[in-house]
Ligand binder design. Structure first.
Ligand code: HEC
Length: 152
């Protein structure tokens, strides 16, 4: 008897294989008006990134640390949405996940430097963080918006 987790994982693997071989048709609920949970998560990422720059200006390292930890531990979209995103990304899902991982690691570095009131360290790590955000946006934002939101 498979555990529910194992079932989910094999389902995900199956989806990834289908997506990779190009068999997956357009997302069935694509272009529905309802925004992805991802968009709200991203809105919060933007707010927290702003809180970091503001914190740097005021040398408010506690604010920087808190905002950085919120970015590092950002919420995940619900599982069905994750599956839609996986099938959208197809073989590029590894790249997508690695940008998320880079974001997590850089945000942790920002938090750590902030904890030590190390302003220069914060700024260096924040540059890495923004690079991670930017890389994912460059690679995925436009295609994702097309895929999920644009009706043809
Ligand atoms: C793994 C990929 C990925 C990473 C990493 C990532 N983003 Fe995003 N982001 C996206 C995608 C995809 C969208 C488009 C979502 C949509 O329009 O529904 C987006 C959209 C946004 C938006 C626009 C939201 C809106 O109102 O439409 C903001 C702001 C944002 N991201 C901030 C950030 C910040 C700040 C970081 C880094 C701390 C970050 N993102 C890291 C993928 C990523």
């Amino acid at each position: 008897m498979k555990s529910p987790l194992a079932v989910t994982l094999s389902l995900l693997a199956g989806l990834a294989i289908m997506a990779g071989s190009g068999q997956l048709l357009a997302d069935p609920i694509a272009s529905s008006a309802k925004p992805l949970a991802l968009r709200n998560i991203m809105k919060d990422m933007g707010k927290n990134a702003q809180a970091i720059t503001e914190g740097i200006s005021h040398e408010d390292w506690l604010q920087v640390e808190k905002a950085a930890l919120l970015i590092a531990d950002h919420p995940q979209p619900p599982l069905p949405e994750k599956m839609r995103i996986m099938s959208f990304a197809g073989t590029r899902i590894g790249t997508f996940k690695s940008y998320d991982g880079e974001t997590h690691d850089a945000a942790k570095m920002v938090a750590k430097a902030a904890r030590g009131s190390d302003g220069e360290g914060v700024i260096l790590a924040f540059q890495k963080l923004q690079t991670a955000c930017h890389s994912c946006h460059q690679a995925f934002r436009e295609p994702l918006v097309k895929h999920f939101y644009e009706t043809r």
